[in-house]
Ligand binder design. Structure first.
Ligand code: CA
Ligand code: CA
Ligand code: CA
Ligand code: CA
Ligand code: CA
Length: 363
């Protein structure tokens, strides 16, 4: 992600500093922490996080993209998975406590799907591996909640793999999408056998500029990519369809969005279906109606509550499954750019979907 201060923020800081100096006629004082200006945040309705995960093992911008496994047998045992983009993969319980750390290298984005292999469920966890320039595949054992390798790394041919998401077709075939740091994307078919997996590249896709966030909607066979400085595009997710990008949301058309556009997530519930985007440049989250021509339903921020608020988010994930008393309408998980109270390495915040629905007056 780009940590370039938006022009609007610079203007606001400059105005604020001038105003103070004029009013008090005091000599200019260096701003505390002036070497890193406070993140810009949209003036929008706020929710608060229920709790936060343990911090990742590495400093500065290190946590990146979350994923959620819903335990169908006991939702309270569900697992949050998060990439630490300098070191590997962390898993956490819904209590935020670390379950496992896999020192697998620079895994950037992560996604999962539950697949049927020889009549049994296999929870496939995939990630983009920037060290080995590959797709990394793991499996999550539902009984032990432990994650382990499913396959050797799958080479991508990309110089610098970046974004990543999975797609499960109506026929039960698993596909992986990956972007790189340029403007390329590609799709692989993942063939699962007993306890292992292989992959075959099926299609190249092209975007105009750097894109990272991506998410596939299995229900409509559509994959979405967030081009960081431009907007969100959709492609048909089936590999025999034309690799034609359709613009669905443009930064230039919505003043409440601010580059970079980062993580994308899809909420499918009983009362509505939504595409959610991290608007990193103003530390907010925008909600679009999947069933209504991508109508903008509003934006929200995550303010300080039981734990510190959320700014400059990279990856996000959401599920609509009820996960117990804290998350009865589902769970929204986000990476937080600055884990404070107390200052610590970055982590992920857990938000109740019901709070978001109430704040935005979603049905
Ligand atoms: Ca970015
Ligand atoms: Ca993800
Ligand atoms: Ca924070
Ligand atoms: Ca990222
Ligand atoms: Ca904190």
């Amino acid at each position: 992600m780009n940590r370039i201060l938006p022009t609007a923020a610079l203007a606001l800081l400059t105005l604020g500093a001038c105003g103070d100096n004029t009013a008090t006629e005091a000599p200019a004082q260096p701003l505390a922490g002036a070497e890193e200006p406070a993140p810009v945040q949209l003036d929008a309705p706020a929710v608060t996080a229920v709790r936060e995960t343990d911090p990742v093992d590495t400093a500065e911008d290190a946590a990146d993209d979350p994923e959620i496994w819903v335990d169908p047998a006991d939702p309270s045992r569900s697992v949050v998975i998060g990439t630490a983009k300098k070191s590997g993969l962390f898993t956490y319980g819904l209590d935020g406590k670390q379950i496992q750390f896999l020192p697998e290298g620079r895994l950037n984005n992560v996604d999962l799907r539950t697949m049927t292999v020889n009549g049994a469920d296999t929870v496939v966890v995939g990630a983009s591996d920037r060290d080995k320039k590959a797709v990394a595949l793991f499996k999550l054992d539902a009984a032990t909640r432990q994650v382990s390798a499913l396959a050797e790394r799958i080479p991508t041919g990309f110089t610098d793999p970046y974004g990543f998401c999975l797609y499960k077709s109506a026929s039960g075939t698993l596909y992986a999408f990956m972007t790189d740091k340029e403007k390329n994307a590609a799709q692989w078919r993942i063939d699962l056998a007993d306890g292992t997996a292989t992959a075959a590249k099926v299609r190249d896709l092209t975007l105009a500029t750097q894109s990272e966030g991506c998410v596939a909607d299995d229900q409509t066979a559509t994959v979405y990519f967030a081009e960081e400085n431009v907007g969100i595009w959709s492609f048909p997710a089936e590999p025999d369809q034309p690799a034609t990008a359709t613009p669905i949301i443009k930064l230039a058309d919505n003043a409440r969005l601010a580059a970079d556009l980062e993580g994308l997530a899809i909420y499918r519930g009983m009362t509505g279906n939504y595409l959610i985007a991290s608007s990193q440049g103003n530390s907010s989250f925008a909600v679009f109606d999947l069933g209504g021509g991508y109508a903008y339903k509003g934006s929200f921020i995550i303010a300080k509550g039981a734990v510190d608020g959320v700014t400059e988010t990279d990856g996000i994930e959401v599920v609509s499954a009820p996960l117990g008393v804290d998350f009865p309408g589902g769970l929204f998980v986000v990476q937080d750019g600055h884990n404070t109270d107390p200052d610590a390495n970055q982590n992920f915040k857990l938000v109740s979907w019901d709070a978001i629905a109430k704040t935005l007056n979603l049905p």
